[in-house]
Design a protein around this ligand. Structure first.
Ligand SMILES: Cc1ncc(COP(=O)(O)O)c(C=O)c1O
Length: 364
């Protein structure tokens, strides 16, 4: 059997050294005689594990003063609701609501969810192109009175990624970074708030990272559950209730691993190299197709179809036979998707690109 490369969109590959270390420490963390799983979250040992994870993440991001890192529950889906619940009152008028940029499936879900809580205006949409591009910033209709402007930096299902951070002036920029968090350098000061669930580039599921400018807290709708009120979680250092303790510990190990690889600049170089190889394999002839415009092609979720969908099952089965697994696209869209998160080694992209060329030669 060839080496296994897991292209799942999430939960996804973890760095092998992190899994090995977690295995070695599973029964006894650092001579304390306990597994991290068994530690009380209010105890000094777990507090130290959390503080280490947060300080490693702060260092990776060079976190600017005035920002806080929260370790929350509920996944990014919870944040689709918690952002409007916590921030909608920041608008210049009581019913100003928020602006959203629609770039694909996940920003669409963010819009639908936010509409349950506040007025939502679409500042720009990529719908006319079938979500194959990021609308030019010059065309965005931003309202100065809006509470915030929401974007999804990488559309995991559509394979579309913002090449750079947009400029929204005095209106806080809020971003769902679930699928590209920590895959490239990030200037946090360009954002009022950003969030990412862990299961792609941070660790196992169950943990959601929220980073926000401290002053944006304290405006939650009165019916916001306390556990989901950013200001309460800031005040309680993310320990208002039992946090995802084991996921936080593993996230700390992943942050250390990223630092050991050379930090976010190294992650970006690797993402660029891996994705370039796959897009080259797709663009080499007309056997494969990727409709996303080159400037907006995601470096972490490479989505493609076969020109002849009758070959889909053969592609999937043969790829799995070569150890290239979980390549099917998002259930709503079909086709294929190779997720190239940080833990995917370049050999994985090489192996997939080689297989794609060979498959096209044999079936083309
Ligand atoms: C961009 C984006 N936002 C939100 C989500 C939902 O995340 P969760 O399942 O952790 O709630 C996903 C999941 O894949 C995603 O890719």
């Amino acid at each position: 059997m060839s080496r296994l490369f897991n292209f799942a969109a999430g939960p996804a590959m973890m760095p092998e050294p992190v899994l090995a270390r977690a295995r070695d420490e599973l029964l006894d963390w650092n001579g304390h005689g306990l597994s991290v799983m068994e530690m009380p979250f209010t105890g000094s040992v777990f507090k130290e594990i959390t503080a280490t994870a947060v300080s490693r993440l702060s260092a990776l991001l060079d976190l600017p003063p005035g920002y806080r890192i929260l370790l929350m529950h509920g996944g990014a889906m919870a944040q689709l609701a918690l952002v409007p619940l916590n921030l909608a009152a920041l608008g210049a008028t009581p019913d100003a609501g928020a602006d959203y940029v629609e770039t694909g499936y996940w920003s669409g879900r963010a819009i639908t969810e936010a509409r349950r809580y506040c007025r939502v205006e679409i500042a720009a949409s990529g719908e006319s192109s079938g979500f194959t591009h990021i609308p030019a910033e010059t065309e965005w209709r931003l309202r100065p009175e809006a509470a915030y402007c929401h974007i999804t930096t990488n559309e995991t299902a559509n394979g579309v990624q913002f090449p750079a951070t947009p400029e929204t002036g005095d209106v806080p920029l809020v971003a769902d970074m679930t699928s590209d968090f920590l895959t490239r350098p990030l200037d946090v000061s360009g954002y009022g708030l950003l969030y990412a669930s862990a299961q792609k580039n941070v660790g196992p599921s169950g943990l959601t990272i929220v980073i926000l400018r401290e002053e944006l807290g304290g405006h939650a709708h009165p019916l916001t559950p306390s556990v989901f009120d950013y200001s309460i979680q800031m005040e309680k250092d993310s320990r208002y209730n039992t946090p995802s303790t084991f996921s936080i510990y593993l996230a700390g190990l992943v942050f250390q691993w990223i630092e050991d690889q050379g930090g976010l600049a190294a992650m970006e170089r690797a993402s660029e190299a891996k994705s370039r190889k796959l897009y080259a394999a797709i663009d080499d002839g007309d056997f494969y197709r990727c409709p996303v415009t080159p400037e907006a092609r995601s470096r972490v979720n490479v989505c493609f179809t076969l020109a002849d969908p009758a070959l889909d099952d053969a592609f999937d089965t043969e790829a799995a036979g070569h150890g290239l697994i979980n390549l099917r696209g998002h259930p709503v869209f079909g086709g294929f998707r190779a997720s190239l998160y940080n833990a995917m080694p370049e050999e994985g992209a090489d192996a997939l690109a080689g297989f794609m060329a060979d498959f096209a030669r044999r079936h083309g």
